[in-house]
Design a protein around this ligand. Sequence first.
Ligand SMILES: NC(=O)C1=CN([C@@H]2O[C@H](COP(=O)(O)OP(=O)(O)OC[C@H]3O[C@@H](n4cnc5c(N)ncnc54)[C@H](O)[C@@H]3O)[C@@H](O)[C@H]2O)C=CC1
Ligand SMILES: O=C(O)[C@@H]1CCC=N1
Length: 273
Amino acid sequence: MSLAAATPLVLAGSGKMGGAMLAGWLDMGLDPAGVTVIDPGPPPEIANLISQKGIRLEASAPDDVTAAVLLVAVKPQMMGDVLPALRPVVGSETVVVSIAAGTTIATLSVGLGTDNVVRSIPNTPAQVGRGMTVAVATCDVGRAQRAVVTDLLSAVGKVGWVEDEELIDAATGVSGSGPAYVFFLVEALAEAGRAAGLDADLAMTLARQTVTGAGELLHRSDLDAATLRQNVTSPGGTTAAALNVLMAEEGGLAGLMREAVAAATKRSRELAG
Ligand SMILES: NC(=O)C1=CN([C@@H]2O[C@H](COP(=O)(O)OP(=O)(O)OC[C@H]3O[C@@H](n4cnc5c(N)ncnc54)[C@H](O)[C@@H]3O)[C@@H](O)[C@H]2O)C=CC1
Ligand SMILES: O=C(O)[C@@H]1CCC=N1
């Protein structure tokens, strides 16, 4: 994969998500000389990375760079102010890629004055190259530009394209916010371990190792999740007893998960304004 076609690359917002993607691209061989970061206050670790790599950092959009790709990674609530201020780096050949939850293609197009827009939703496992990004493009984004954007997003994990923008809200509820559900599962499992009498540190170690180990097994295995679950579950055994609780029709995990994803999807639509 060559990321050269993505340069000049302008990254607006180098916080948790934009910074993670920048680190991933550099690991994949993106030339730092081709990157400009626009951020009035990057977090310290990203500021260090930017200065170590000699990346150009600006507090606002410079007027001597026209981006091949402009990646917008600021908070959705800031878009009204930030988008018009980014216009100096947008040219007729620039493809804009937003990773903001909720912000619609229409808002991006109007704010930046271009229809050459990709709306996407990544997730924080991008920090370790194991992200999941779901994206939708306008029909103005040509085949070659779509390939460049695919390469850029693939550098930090898997990429899936959808044709219907509304599905980005649903993907936000599943994979965008999803890592938080898994981290909460670790917290809840550790708390249950403490309630069952385990020392707090041991309970947290058991919960972390169980979730990371199960995740790695799922990652490496050819088997699907249901089969891996069945492989743990002896008839009449301990797992079956626990799953009877988690899989209950009323108040079980599947129903709760549906509600959680629906709430996140609804919030993504609300963030559109
Ligand atoms: N954190 C996550 O798990 C995910 C976040 N996102 C989206 O990514 C975007 C960024 O979120 P985070 O990285 O979590 O937020 P963050 O707060 O960590 O980063 C935002 C960055 O924008 C910078 N910024 C503020 N004003 C700016 C301006 N005028 N121009 C350029 N940069 C400016 C801030 O200094 C900060 O470094 C949001 O739109 C969010 O919806 C998408 C998927 C997952
Ligand atoms: O919570 C949020 O709004 C962002 C978008 C997906 C994950 N974090």
